[in-house]
Design a protein around this ligand. Structure first.
Ligand SMILES: [Zn+2]
Length: 367
């Protein structure tokens, strides 16, 4: 960390403290580091001395907070918000004066905004970062240390799983059922399945903040991080779905959809299809898609609608890694729709997809 970044950061934190005190208990401070430096710098210098004396380790972390004596560290909740760039930290049973009495410190690298407010629960901080990070937390002697890591530095391999549509975009619809809801139900089961796998051995008292992604150990590979474009019913732009996979960058990208007849009318047409990227000269997208299709057909006992060239689909065309877009079945077929609504069938889908991803990763890593 360079000195300026460190100073800016302590300054940011100090400023937050000052602002919210100034505005009373209902509010909230919202300020970025680039604002007015003048008088604040003196305060920073004062606080930096004081903080460094109390906790020399603080500035080597992104953020360091003192935990009030009455708060059990396990009760501090940290969640990563949907777009993965924001974290919410809730500390029970504290008032606005807490952040005034115990200023935070840290180098704040990658943190572009920090806000604070209060609810009946206690205090709540929101961190906004300049990209997607994995947060690790450490609790040591009544102090909470938060550190941000680039995903690629935490994981030996990464997957992105995409639940098609969401929010305003329902996708296909038939019999009062929306495609977006089925996609989401299946993806949540995929997450549960990955979450149930062997978690990495946490180094001593360091733990991941991982409610928006899965992390597990795969033999022969190491630690795998699995990211999801959405886990709730929200709108996500196609560009953002592809960008998540491309920027991480993920090793494999899989999207879950439900098919429909072109007219949307009820029909006897049924079966499972997988779209792949024809323009992928390595043929890995096709290979991966074939594996996904085989496993789905085996687990579901559905009819094969085969592999389909998918380059007209934005996320298939723009993915820079092997991509497969699974059309699980037809929402416009009554029998298939009923099956796809059942937990059991959805779990079979999830199992087929998780296995395909694991197996194909092994395969490409061995080459
Ligand atoms: Zn769809």
């Amino acid at each position: 960390m360079n000195l300026i970044a460190g100073v800016m950061c302590v300054f940011t934190v100090a400023l937050v403290t000052v602002l919210y005190v100034g505005q009373g208990s209902s509010v909230l401070a919202r300020q970025q580091a680039k604002d007015d430096l003048g008088s604040i710098l003196e305060m920073v210098a004062r606080q930096q001395d004081q903080l460094t004396k109390e906790d020399p380790e603080a500035l080597s972390h992104h953020l360091a907070l003192q935990i009030p004596a009455q708060v059990d560290p396990k009760e501090i909740s940290i969640t990563q918000e949907g777009d993965l760039k924001r974290f919410q930290i809730k500390i029970p049973d504290i008032s606005t004066s807490y952040f005034y009495d115990y200023p935070m410190a840290g180098n704040c690298e990658g943190i572009v905004d920090l806000t604070y407010d209060e609810s009946e629960y206690g205090g709540r901080m929101e961190l906004t970062c300049d990209g997607i990070y994995v947060m690790k937390k450490t609790v040591r002697k009544n102090r909470l240390y938060l550190d941000l890591y680039e995903p690629g530095k935490c994981f030996d391999a990464m997957f992105v799983v995409d639940a098609g549509h969401g929010g305003n975009d329902s996708g296909a619809m038939s019999g009062g059922v929306y495609e977006k809801d089925m996609n989401q139900a299946i993806v949540r089961k995929i997450k549960d399945t990955f979450d149930a796998k062997k978690a990495p051995e946490e180094k001593k008292d360091v733990s991941y903040v991982a409610d928006q992604f899965s992390v597990y150990e795969q033999e022969g590979i190491g630690t795998i991080g699995v990211y999801y474009t959405r886990l709730t019913d929200r709108s996500v732009r196609l560009q953002d779905r592809a960008a998540l996979a491309n920027r991480l960058p993920a090793d494999l990208f899989l999207s879950v959809h439900i098919n429909s007849t072109a007219t949307g009318r009820t029909s006897t047409i049924n079966g499972t299809a997988v779209m792949y990227q024809v323009s992928d000269k390595s043929k890995r997208s096709k290979e991966f898609s074939q594996l996904v299709l085989n496993k789905l057909l085996k687990n579901l006992g559905s009819n094969s609608k085969g592999l389909i060239a998918g380059d007209e689909i934005y996320i298939v065309r723009t993915a820079k890694m092997p991509v497969a877009l699974a059309e699980i079945g037809f929402i416009t077929n009554e029998d298939e729709r009923k099956k796809m609504l059942s937990d059991d069938y959805q779990q079979k889908c999830a199992d087929a997809i998780c296995q395909s991803m694991e197996e194909y990763l092994q395969k490409i890593r061995k080459k």
